[in-house]
Design a protein around this ligand. Sequence first.
Ligand code: CTP
Ligand code: MG
Length: 180
Amino acid sequence: MVGSLVVGALWAMLPAYVPNNAAVVFGGGPPIDGGRTWGGERVLGDGKTWRGTLAGTLAGAAVALLLNLLAPTIGGLVGFALPTFPLRVGVTLAFGAMLGDIVASFLKRRTGRERGAAFPGVDQLDFVVGALGLTALGSPAWFAATFPPPALVVVVVATPLLHVATNAIAYLLGLKDEPW
Ligand code: CTP
Ligand code: MG
């Protein structure tokens, strides 16, 4: 019961975990803010690009579709049904994650943080809030069934830990300039 709650919640978040990493790998090119500034600082900065955002969204949605194919088999192995993702949900989880990260960069620039500067707490949860928020708006019934309050607690506690770990690995592999 507890195991299925934790595994199901993290499974349902996988399409939101992938986009930021795909953006790191495939990002670059023209920044979304076009180099514009606001109050003397960049609106978003060079770290938020069209290509990274598109790649992240496509990668996250693709993961959702892949998980749909794997759910029956892996569900059989673990002994309980795993969540599946309507396409609309795959897109809102993935794009919401990117959007949360973009909003965080906006807030970083407004608070004088340079590109790549850490913003503890925000860095770890921006994409969670974006992904869950956009999905709750876009598919409220799916959201309520998949993320009951205990599942949300699991996600909010476990995600920062996973995020710190994956970013540290990306840093060690030379994919990311900062370990956060
Ligand atoms: N990236 C991108 N487009 C996005 C998000 C990320 O191209 N929407 C790429 C950029 O190359 C970016 C890298 O992924 O430098 C790492 O992402 P992130 O840590 O979110 O950006 P930072 O460069 O640290 O910038 P910021 O301070 O604004 O978070
Ligand atoms: Mg960063």
